[in-house]
Design a protein around this ligand. Structure first.
Ligand SMILES: Nc1ncnc2c1ncn2[C@@H]1O[C@H](COP(=O)(O)OP(=O)(O)OP(=O)(O)O)[C@@H](O)[C@H]1O
Ligand SMILES: [Mg+2]
Length: 355
C-alpha cells in the first residue's frame, strides 16, 4: 500500500506539465483549480486561457497522464473551463468597459470577405463557449445585419441609444440598426470618429471575452479612428490570393504598424474552389499568395478559406456558414482560424502580464 497521496506531491507532478502555447507550467500559470484528493482519486479543473484552445485534447491528456503517474493515484478526473485574460492596450487607449480582447478584421481592399470572416469568427468563438460581441464598424456600408439574420430595416434605436442584439450567441451592434435600410450614409470624417467612439465606449456590451470588429475597407476615417480609439489586441488581415489584393494587404499591415496595433496574421479567403459535382479543385485567383505575403511581412499565416457557394449563400441567408453547416470545409477552416486567434490573444495577454 503506497503512502496516501498528498497535495504537495500532486502539485509537484503538475509542475511538470506546460501550457502548450505559453510554455510555462500550469501551477505557475494558476490553471489548476478545485484540486481534490480522495483516496486514490484526484480531480481538478484545468482553467484554460481560452474556450477555443486549439490543443485542448492533448493538453487534458498530458495533465491526466501526469496525475496517473503519481504513485497511489488510480483515477484522474480533469474538468475543463476557461478564463480569458484581459488585454492591456497602450496607456493612451481607453479600455472598453468589460471587454477583454478587441480583434479587428481588416483589409485595404473591398469585397475580399472581411464581413464574412468577422461573422464566422464571432460565431465560432461563441460556439466554443466564449462571450463574444460583433461590432459592425463599416459605417459606409453595414452588411452585418443581413449576414447575421436581422430583418431588413431592423431598428433598435431605443431609449438610451443602441443596444447589442444577440444572435447565434453573439452580441451584435451595427450602425445599420439605427438607420432605415437603404439610407445612404454620407458621413464626414469628424462625424465618423464620434460614431465610432460611441460604438465602443457608450454601448453596454456587458462582459465580453472577445469583441470582433468588422472594419470598412482601407484606411478610411472609420478604420483609422477605430484603431486610434480602441485598445485593439490584434488585427487580422483578410486577403484573396492574387497579387493586387496582396499589395493592398501589405498597405493595411503598414497602417496598423504605424498605429502600433499588433497584427496577428493574414487569412487567405477564396483560396480555392472544389467543384461540388466533380470534386476537382480550381485555384481561381491563384493560391498561396497570402501565405507568401505573410512570410515576407514576418506575419503568421492564419489559414485559408475555400471559395464556395455555401459560404456565400449562408451570408446572404443571414446565418454564417459555421452556424448553418458546421461541418462544411469552410466552417472547419473558420474554426481553426478562430482557435489560432484566441491562442494569440492568450499569449499576448500573458506576455503583458509577465512583462
Ligand atoms: N469564402 C467565400 N466563398 C464564397 N463567397 C464568399 C466567400 N467569402 C466572401 N464571399 C462572398 O463575397 C462577397 C463579399 O464578401 P464580404 O461582404 O464578406 O466582403 P467584405 O470584404 O466585407 O466587403 P466590403 O469591403 O464591401 O465590406 C459576399 O457576397 C460574400 O458572401
Ligand atoms: Mg464588409
Amino acid at each position: 500500500m503506497p503512502d496516501s497521496v498528498t497535495e504537495s506531491v500532486v502539485v509537484t507532478a503538475l509542475r511538470g506539465v506546460e501550457d502548450p502555447e505559453l510554455h510555462r507550467d500550469i501551477i505557475s500559470l494558476n490553471m489548476v483549480r478545485d484540486l481534490k484528493i480522495q483516496g486514490e482519486s484526484v480531480s481538478m479543473t484545468l482553467m484554460l486561457t481560452t474556450h477555443a484552445c486549439p490543443l485542448t485534447g492533448p493538453f487534458k491528456e498530458a495533465v491526466e497522464t501526469a496525475l496517473l503517474a503519481i504513485p497511489g493515484v488510480a483515477q484522474a478526473n480533469v474538468a475543463l473551463d476557461a478564463e480569458v485574460r484581459q488585454h492591456r492596450g497602450g496607456s493612451d487607449r481607453k479600455p472598453v468597459e468589460g471587454v477583454k480582447n478587441i480583434i479587428a478584421v481588416a483589409s485595404n481592399k473591398g469585397g475580399v470577405g472581411k464581413s464574412t470572416v468577422a461573422t464566422n469568427l464571432a460565431v465560432a468563438l461563441a460556439q466554443r463557449g466564449a462571450k463574444v460581441g460583433l461590432l459592425d464598424a463599416d459605417i459606409t456600408g453595414p452588411n452585418i445585419p443581413t449576414m447575421m439574420g436581422f430583418d431588413a430595416g431592423f431598428q433598435t434605436k431605443e431609449e438610451g441609444g443602441l443596444h447589442p442584439q444577440e444572435k447565434y450567441g453573439v452580441r451584435v451592434v451595427s450602425i445599420g440598426f439605427a438607420l432605415p435600410k437603404g439610407t445612404p450614409v454620407v458621413w464626414r470624417g469628424p462625424m465618423i470618429g464620434t460614431a465610432v467612439r460611441d460604438f465602443l465606449h457608450n454601448i453596454d456590451w456587458g462582459e465580453l471575452d472577445y469583441l470582433i470588429v468588422d472594419l470598412p475597407p482601407g484606411t478610411s476615417d472609420a478604420s483609422m479612428s477605430m484603431v486610434q480609439e480602441a485598445p485593439i489586441a490584434g488585427a487580422v488581415i483578410v486577403s484573396t490570393p492574387q497579387t493586387v489584393a496582396l499589395e493592398d494587404a501589405t498597405k493595411a499591415v503598414a497602417m496598423f504598424d504605424r498605429l502600433q496595433v499588433p497584427v496577428f496574421g493574414v487569412i487567405e479567403n477564396m483560396s480555392y474552389f472544389v467543384a461540388p459535382d466533380t470534386g476537382n479543385r480550381y485555384e481561381i485567383f491563384g493560391h498561396g499568395g497570402a501565405k507568401i505575403a505573410a512570410e515576407e511581412l514576418g506575419l503568421e499565416f492564419l489559414g485559408e478559406i475555400p471559395l464556395d457557394m455555401e459560404t456565400r449563400a449562408a451570408g446572404d441567408a443571414g446565418a454564417p456558414v459555421i452556424q448553418s453547416a458546421p461541418g462544411a470545409p469552410a466552417s472547419l477552416a473558420f474554426m481553426a482560424i478562430a482557435e489560432k486567434i484566441a491562442a494569440r490573444c492568450s499569449v499576448q495577454s500573458y506576455m503583458q502580464e509577465s512583462a
